[in-house]
Structure formats: structure tokens, C-alpha cells
Design a protein around this ligand. Structure first.
Ligand code: DC
Length: 681
């Protein structure tokens, strides 16, 4: 998860491999609620783990439900939910539901009915945007039934309180009217909740206005059926919850991958899986119950080549450029956003209609999409319920606002393929794209960017590198790690490669001057990085690498040309999207001479000796500051005077003496330099 203020995507050019989708948000939250209302235990396989499902789980726990992590069949994740059997265990709770419409609407309905019949007081609230998302039509329907609902803010919007006395009676005889043309979630919420109070007679819901987003209601009906409740409907206008309905746990239920999340990778395949194997998407396929799977048809109409089977899709580029499209998107409201971005790569103007619901989602998505696509250079026309996109005549480097909307962030990532736009080959110049607040993807797809970076390719020269070179104990590693953390970039601690070679040489008893043997060792190093840990030959060695004898030997063997050569290509391989911060001695001079920013870090020998001393003491290692300083200076001399790749600032390096600076201050200085070199406003 990229919990950083912004993420810069370098120009991207290709896509291949396999992605495994996270579980569907819509299915996960419906299943979790149904499992909580049902009698008995339900094992939910592969539920989505995200902000929206977390708030649902927190709410269910607050209501007295038992939620336990469990093992899933294929080694994936699962949750064991102990159902309430339709009986309230807690009669008072304040539930915070973030920005999750799929939690707010059905929980409001269920708790209103439960409070009205069993007694209770429940407050439901969310983030400020949740308090701007309408719920009045649902509240009216529930009030018509006899539920007591108090507006705690603006009438018609959360926050709300639902309350009632035990033994209350509801007016379930007459058909319940509910609006269907603002959000289908009002109908879904009623359908999910009404079986709680339908023991005595059938309950009929009548939809007022044209029902939008029918596929989501279809999911609701399918899942109700899995929990033993067969709702009949006449042309999506009149729904009947049959008398005597009771939620019965299916025992175990599997959550399929999220079809809306699939849309980004379907688009990715259509744009960037060219000249090789298709991009494979696992988790949804031809057997999906989610309406957004129909995005496949729209993508195909724009030029995607798609194969589908149960639980999988394979997508590659068909027509290029893509074909513009005019489409009524009522049936794929969420995935349709992805079409607006595919339109950047199409010939002609794409017109997406019947998307008024975009305006009441996580943000006003029509306005947001229009504003952000224009920044990229596209011509965009928006109307109350449509958007028209014509690709940029000239692309611009853009800073994309995401409006705390996961889909805006995921859509924006597809703009990073601008080097491919309008060209038969992938060799045009490209522009980076800056995505603000990338963390917002956590709503439905916390690992979206990691997953994306796992299947995309870039030209090495497009992937930005920041180099931090300097003498030993100057704080390079700390600075580099902090910069990488702020930018979401990879790190290369090149010293650790020399140290690991030295440690392996000590283990194998190789003489410090046996250049050929040391080079062979370096070339075949069985080395892996697992997070911050360095694994040599399958064992974590991070602590051993910091030993003084290892550092000393590293400095000696680093003077051997064959060893440096052997480690060269290994270092280049660290240059992967979104970017790299590399620290060492020759990062800016030899390994990444084209780095976008080169920092040469210095600090006085006294400062460095004292830092190293503190470091060792804090680890409980005895050390003498005078010896440390002598050793440091000897090592500096060796690094500086060696004939190959000597330690010296690159000509275009910026010097930073951090003797008197804290780590945060140094980071701020370098980030300031970095901002100046980026093409964004
Ligand atoms: O940065 P460090 O102390 O972990 O590096 C260990 C040794 O490796 C150092 O004495 C010099 C050598 N080194 C190098 O020659 N070139 C690099 N890019 C990084 C380290």
C-alpha cells in the first residue's frame, strides 16, 4: 500500500504476466452482512480486505457478531462469521462506516428494522463525503414501514440514528415504494434486510422510477438465494420477499474477484499487451455474477482482444489505436469510468451516457473525470448524465487529483501509457503521471499499484533514479531509505552487495586477493531482498553484514574490477517502476550516470565516527570512537584512491553536508531538489 502524498508513474510501455484480483467489494459486504444476519456459522472464502470491508466487519463486531480469521482452501484468506440468527445481541452502538455505501445503506435498513421490532438505538456515520451521499429515499421507505429514524445532520443524508422499542410493529402489508433512479443500493438494502421481518406475510417492494444499475440488484438476489431466500420480481419493478423467509447459512461461500477492479487490467491488456502473450487476469471470468463483467463487451468494442473462461480472462491488444465508442453505461456504472480513460487512446470521440449516478459516488465522478482528463490534454465535454472524451492532441505531464476516490486513482494510472498513444510501435517519448493520495485505492484494492507494477514494463531510461553517494557512515542508507519511502520507490543499498560478497567470501574461505574466485562468487550470489531483510543462501544476514570485519573486507574487494563488473548488471536490475533510490559510492558516476538527481552526501569524519559509535553502542556492541574514526578514514582513503570507480562526486551531483542536519531536514532538502526537477506544476 502506497501511503504517501503522491506517486509518480514513469512512462509505461508494456504489460504481460498474470494478476490475481482481490475479492469483489459488492459481494464481500453483502455476504458479510447476510452471514451476520443468518443463523449459524458461515465460512467466507477470499473476502476482500479493504477499507470498505473493514468498516463493515468493525460494525458487525460492534453488533456482537463473532468474526474470526480462518484458512481458505487454496491457502488464501477466509473469515468465519458467527451469525446473529436475526436476534440483536447489542441494543446500542455507534457505527463509523467510512465512505462505504455498501455498508451504510444495508446496515441502516437492517438496524432500522431490528430496532423497530426488538428495541435499540444505533448511530450510523461516516467520513464527510459519506454525509453528502444521499440516503433519503431509503430512509423514507423505512419510515413508511414504521421505523423511527432521526436525521443527525442534513435531512436525507447520514449521519442517522435508528431507534425503537421492543415489540414494535411494522406496516408490512402494503407495498413499500422505493426510488430506483438515484442508487440501486436503496432497493438492495431493503431486499437484504426485509427477510428479518417477513415471517408473517409476503413483503412487496415497488420501485419508483427507472431502476438503475440492475446488475447490482441481480447480485443481491443471487446472494439472498445462497442464503435461502428466493425473491421473485416482475420486470425489476415489483419485488416480493416471501413469507417465512429465514436467512440460512450456506456453510461456506466463495467471494469471486472484483469485476470492477478487473476493468483496469482489461484496459491495460487492450492498451499495452502487444507483441507477446496476453495479460491473464484471475479471479473473475465468464461465470461471474457481477454486472461489471459486461465491461468486457465494451472493451472489445473499443478493440480489446479477450478470451474468457470460468474464473479467468486473457486480454491483449486488438485494434490500435482503440476505437471510439458511444455507449449507454447504465449497466456498468463503475467500470464505465475505465472507458473514459481508454478513450484517451481511441481514434475519435467517446461518449458515455446514462451515468448520472457518477455524481453521487465517492466524489462527483463526472466533474472529477472531466477536470483530470483535461489536465492530460484531452478535450472533455460533460453534461448532467454524460461525458465525452476526445484524446489529447498533445499530452501534458499532469498532477492528477483523486478526490479520495479509489477509481479515480486506478483510472489515472492508465494514463502512464501515453508513449503508446497514436503510435504503431512503443518507441515514442513518454510523460510521467503524478497521482495524488494514491492510498485511496485502499477502499477496494489496497495493493493496486504493487499489482500493476508486477505486470508492466518500462524503458530503463524512463524509470527515474535518485543516487545518493558518499563516504561510509555519512547517513546515505538512512537518507536513501527515507527518500524511497516518501516517493514509493525501490531502494538499492549497493554497499550491501559488496558486503554480502565479502560475507560469502568469509564463509567460503576465499582469499581477499583471489579476484577471479571473488568475481565468480559475486556473479552467482544467492541473494534475495525480503523487505528490509537481506537473505544470503536462504538465511537472513542483515546483522552480520554490519560487522566491522565484513565492512573492511567489502572495502578491499570493492577495489577489484572483476568484482565490480560482476555486480554491475545485478544493480541495474533494481531500476524498475515506479523508480529507484540507489546509494553507494559510484551510483551517480558509474552505475546510473543518467540519474535524474545525484546527491553527494558528506559529513565530517568526527560526526561520522560519532554516529557509527552510537549505532554500535545501541546494539550493545563495544566500540572505541578513536579506533572507529581511524578505520573510517582508512576506508575513505581506500574508496577514494582506488583506480576503479573511486569515491568522488559526479560532475552533476549536488553536495549535501548533513553534519548539522537531522534526517528529516536532509530528506526535505533532497525532496525540494527533486520537486524542482520534475515536470509537474
Ligand atoms: O556503504 P557501505 O559501507 O555498506 O559499503 C561497503 C563497502 O562497499 C564500502 O567500503 C565500499 C564498497 N562500495 C563500493 O565500492 N561501491 C558502492 N557503490 C557501494 C559500496
Amino acid at each position: 500500500m502506497f501511503d504517501i502524498p503522491f506517486l509518480d508513474l514513469p512512462p509505461l510501455r508494456g504489460a504481460s504476466g498474470t494478476v490475481r484480483l482481490p475479492g469483489s467489494k459488492s459481494i464481500s459486504n453483502r455476504v458479510l452482512l447476510l452471514a451476520a444476519l443468518a443463523e449459524g456459522e458461515t465460512l467466507v472464502h477470499e473476502p476482500l480486505a479493504s477499507d470498505d470491508t473493514q468498516v463493515m466487519l468493525d460494525a458487525l463486531r460492534a453488533l456482537g457478531c463473532e468474526v474470526q480469521p480462518a484458512e481458505s482452501r487454496a491457502g488464501g484468506s477466509a473469515l468465519r462469521i458467527g451469525g446473529l440468527g436475526g436476534r440483536l445481541r447489542t441494543h446500542e452502538a455507534a457505527l463509523f462506516l467510512g465512505n462505504a455505501g455498501t455498508a451504510m445503506r444495508p446496515l441502516t435498513a437492517a438496524l432500522a428494522l431490528l430496532a423497530a421490532t426488538q428495541g435499540g438505538r444505533f448511530e450510523l456515520s461516516g467520513v464527510p463525503r459519506m454525509h453528502e451521499r444521499p440516503i433519503g429515499d431509503l430512509v423514507e421507505a423505512l419510515r413508511a414501514l414504521g421505523c423511527d429514524i432521526v436525521d443527525l445532520g442534513q435531512p436525507g443524508y447520514p449521519p442517522l440514528r435508528v431507534q425503537g422499542q421492543a415489540g414494535g410493529r411494522l406496516r408490512t402489508q402494503a407495498p413499500i415504494p422505493v426510488r430506483g433512479d438515484v442508487s440501486s443500493q436503496f432497493l438492495s438494502a431493503l431486499l437484504l434486510a426485509l427477510p428479518l421481518v417477513s415471517e408473517a406475510q409476503d413483503i412487496v417492494i415497488e420501485v419508483q422510477g427507472e431502476l438503475i444499475s440492475k446488475p447490482y440488484v441481480h447480485i443481491t438476489l443471487k446472494l439472498l438465494a445462497r442464503f435461502g431466500i428466493e425473491v421473485a420480481h416482475e420486470q425489476w419493478r415489483r419485488f416480493t420477499v416471501p413469507r417465512g423467509s429465514r436467512y440460512r447459512s450456506p456453510g461456506a461461500i466463495h467471494v469471486e474477484g472484483d469485476a470492477s477492479s478487473a476493468s483496469y487490467f482489461i484496459a491495460l491488456g487492450a492498451i499495452a499487451a502487444h507483441g507477446g502473450a496476453p495479460l491473464r487476469i484471475e479471479g473473475v471470468g465468464s461465470d461471474s455474477i457481477q454486472g461489471d463483467i459486461r465491461f468486457v463487451d465494451a472493451a472489445q468494442a473499443m478493440g480489446a482482444r479477450v478470451q474468457a473462461g470460468p474464473g479467468w480472462l486473457q486480454v491483449s491488444r486488438g485494434a490500435w489505436p482503440l476505437q471510439a465508442l458511444t455507449l449507454d453505461c447504465n449497466h456498468i456504472p463503475d467500470a464505465a469510468m475505465t472507458l473514459a480513460v481508454m478513450a484517451l487512446y481511441a481514434e475519435g470521440t467517446t461518449r458515455l451516457t446514462n451515468i448520472a449516478s457518477w455524481r453521487v459516488k465517492e466524489t462527483d465522478r463526472i466533474a472529477a473525470m472531466a477536470t483530470e482528463l483535461r489536465k492530460l490534454g484531452a478535450a472533455v465535454t460533460e453534461g448532467p448524465d454524460f461525458i465525452e472524451v476526445t484524446p489529447p492532441a498533445r499530452w501534458q505531464p499532469a498532477t492528477i487529483h483523486t478526490y479520495d476516490d479509489h477509481r479515480m486513482a486506478m483510472c489515472a494510472s492508465l494514463a502512464a501509457f501515453n508513449a503508446l498513444a497514436g503510435r504503431p510501435a512503443s518507441d515514442g517519448p513518454g510523460l510521467p503521471v503524478r497521482i495524488l493520495d494514491p492510498r485511496c485505492v485502499g477502499k477496494t484494492f489496497p495493493d493496486y499499484f504493487e499489482t500493476l507494477f508486477g505486470v508492466v514494463s518500462a524503458d530503463a531510461q524512463d524509470v527515474p533514479v535518485i543516487t545518493v553517494d558518499g563516504p561510509t557512515a555519512s547517513g546515505k542508507g538512512t537518507l536513501a531509505a527515507a527518500l524511497a519511502a516518501r516517493l514509493g520507490y525501490h531502494t538499492l543499498d549497493s554497499g550491501s552487495l559488496y558486503r554480502t560478497t565479502a560475507l560469502a567470501a568469509l564463509q567460503d574461505g576465499i582469499a581477499p586477493d583471489d579476484e577471479a574466485a571473488l568475481a565468480r562468487l559475486a556473479a552467482l550470489l544467492d541473494l534475495r531482498f525480503e523487505g528490509a531483510a537481506v537473505m544470503l543462501r536462504g538465511r537472513p544476514v542483515s546483522d552480520e553484514l554490519r560487522r566491522e570485519d565484513v565492512g573492511s573486507l567489502a572495502s578491499r574487494i570493492a577495489a577489484l574490477p572483476a568484482v565490480r563488473e560482476a555486480l554491475h548488471s545485478l544493480q541495474l536490475a533494481f531500476r524498475r517502476p515506479p523508480g529507484l533510490v540507489a546509494d553507494g559510492r559510484d551510483m551517480g558516476t558509474v552505475v546510473f550516470p543518467d540519474a535524474a538527481l545525484k546527491v553527494f552526501l558528506t559529513a565530517s569524519a568526527a560526526q561520522r565516527a560519532s554516529r557509527r559509535h552510537k549505532q554500535l553502542i545501541s546494539k550493545g556492541i563495544q566500540a572505541n570512537i578513536t579506533d572507529l574514526r581511524a578505520d573510517l578514514e582508512a576506508r575513505d582513503a581506500r574508496d577514494r584512491t582506488r583506480s576503479i570507480a573511486p569515491l568522488k562526486p559526479a560532475e552533476d551531483a549536488l553536495a549535501l553536508d548533513n553534519s548539522a542536519l537531522s534526517v528529516d531536514e536532509s530528506v526535505d532538502v533532497v525532496l525540494g531538489w527533486w520537486q524542482q526537477r520534475r515536470p509537474f506544476d
